[in-house]
Ligand binder design. Structure first.
Ligand code: ZN
Length: 64
């Protein structure tokens, strides 16, 4: 299995491109924007949670 990191060409979300895993496709859908992503080899797209996203972290305020 080959895994590489890259942005979605449509929404630029951080994605993991996993080649040769079950469920791979040569036109997988982005898990975020659901658009097809053209790849040269069968690839499975997964949101990359190892890097921070554009969303700010949720801050939970303790009620006093
Ligand atoms: Zn996308």
């Amino acid at each position: 299995m080959i895994a590489r990191l890259g942005p979605c060409p449509h929404c630029h979300a951080a994605l993991s491109y996993l080649e040769g895993v079950a469920g791979s496709s040569i036109n997988p859908n982005c898990p975020r924007c659901k658009m097809e992503v053209s790849v040269e080899r069968a690839t499975f797209l997964m949101a990359d949670h190892s890097r921070p996203t554009a969303k700010p972290p949720v801050v939970v305020k303790a009620s006093s």
